[in-house]
Design a protein around this ligand. Structure first.
Ligand code: SAM
Length: 276
């Protein structure tokens, strides 16, 4: 029996010319295409003259739909998973299906292509020491607070997705969290006719949006917090050690307390404590 394979196929994020040869070939030769929105994917298939079977697989699909696909894969079928745009699973459905396929020993083959997160980052000019992808900020209050706490202390470049009707509110929240001065890029309608990169601080971007509301799809790239390079001198360490010992702490305890209060390695404090 042929080996079943799940192909995770990236499709364009706006510009049809970003479709890859491999993606076209895979969608032509799969036994079935599992699509987030079949009406949407029909347009893509028509554009590339691909005639193939479609079935729906979206975020509200229940477990039975996932099991149906797993059964097809176990029977040796080739299933191609696509979302409406970009790479499936990236703020799109498919994570549980891929995890279940992996757990069942089914081969999973990615067909790489466009994704808004990488596309926006590549032209942002804000990429330094890696990045974190937050996706859409959670709608639920508690989860959103937790995400904002993470964002506040993050030193790497951050990527967020947002919808046009929520962009102003989200930028207000980000201004409160990161300050109006934080550099950012708003990447809008990438790869399409009205592609635009709005570069500036959060405060400046907000003023611009209030002036003229933005339409279309958008990604936010935010610079990470500046790393505080703390330089602690030996004299400061000695003074801190003496201060703890003056408060009645043993030398051993003073070493630990000094290391944590000055946020430096314990061994360095220990070496200095030997001279006291
Ligand atoms: N799976 C997709 C990917 O790989 O990027 C993302 C799907 S998510 C449901 C849709 C969001 O991606 C949009 O709300 C927007 O934030 C972002 N996006 C998708 N296409 C875009 C484009 N052409 N320009 C800017 N942002 C885009």
């Amino acid at each position: 029996m042929a080996e079943g394979t799940l192909f995770v196929v990236a499709t364009p994020i706006g510009n049809m010319e970003d479709m890859t040869f491999r993606a076209i070939e895979t969608l032509k030769t799969a036994d079935v295409i599992a699509a987030e929105d079949t009406r949407h994917t029909v347009k893509l298939l028509n554009h590339f003259e691909i005639k193939n079977k479609l079935m729906s697989f979206h975020e509200h699909s229940d477990v039975s739909r996932r099991d149906e696909i797993l059964d097809m894969l176990r029977q040796g079928m080739k299933v191609a998973l696509v979302s409406d745009a970009g790479t499936p699973l990236i703020s799109d459905p498919g994570a549980e299906l891929v995890a279940a396929a992996v757990q069942n020993g089914i081969r999973v083959i990615p067909i790489p292509g466009a994704s808004a997160v990488v596309t926006a980052l590549s032209a942002s000019g804000l990429l330094k020491d890696g990045f974190v992808f937050e996706g859409f900020l959670p709608a639920d209050n508690k989860a959103r607070k937790a995400a904002l706490l993470r964002i506040q202390s993050e030193t790497r470049t951050m990527v967020l997705y947002e919808a046009p009707h929520r962009i102003e509110k989200t930028l207000e929240i980000l201004k409160d969290t990161l300050g109006a001065e934080r550099p950012m890029v708003l990447a809008r309608e990438m790869t399409k006719v009205y592609e635009e990169f709005i570069r500036g601080s959060i405060g400046e971007t907000l003023v611009r949006i209030k002036d003229k509301p933005l339409k279309g799809e958008m990604v936010l790239i935010l610079a990470g917090a500046e790393k505080e390079e703390k330089i602690v001198t030996d004299e400061e360490i000695t003074a801190e050690l003496k201060s703890w010992m003056g408060k009645g702490k043993t030398k051993k305890d003073a070493v630990g307390l000094t290391a944590s209060s000055l946020e430096i390695l314990k061994n360095r404090v220990y070496q200095i404590s030997l001279k006291l």
